[in-house]
Design a protein around this ligand. Structure first.
Ligand SMILES: [Mg+2]
Length: 94
């Protein structure tokens, strides 16, 4: 099912925009290497980014979501997006 952008929740569009900003920041250095690198590299990166989210949350004095945690959540989402894309590209949904 394909959704027109107008049917996508603003919260999701905002998150996607944050993901895109982070991807663009890394483009000069990494480009589209995520499309062709070893899957194991991305899977390990997902685990690393998850740990960075947890470390950031645990580092807060009280339950709150800091700028650093938000950035780490976006990093995690980008790796998840890459793995989803690689899975679809390899026929996981066929
Ligand atoms: Mg990170």
């Amino acid at each position: 099912m394909t959704l027109p952008p107008s049917d996508i929740r603003l919260e999701i569009l905002g998150f996607a925009a944050a993901m895109e900003r982070t991807m663009r920041k890394h483009d000069p250095e990494k480009g589209e290497s995520w499309m062709y690198c070893d899957l194991e590299f991305l899977i390990n990166k997902l685990k690393e980014e998850f740990e960075e989210v947890i470390t950031s949350i645990d580092g807060e004095q009280s339950p709150k979501i800091s700028k650093n945690t938000i950035d780490e959540l976006v990093d995690l989402a980008n790796i998840a997006m890459m793995l989803r894309y690689r899975g679809i590209f390899s026929g996981a949904l066929a």
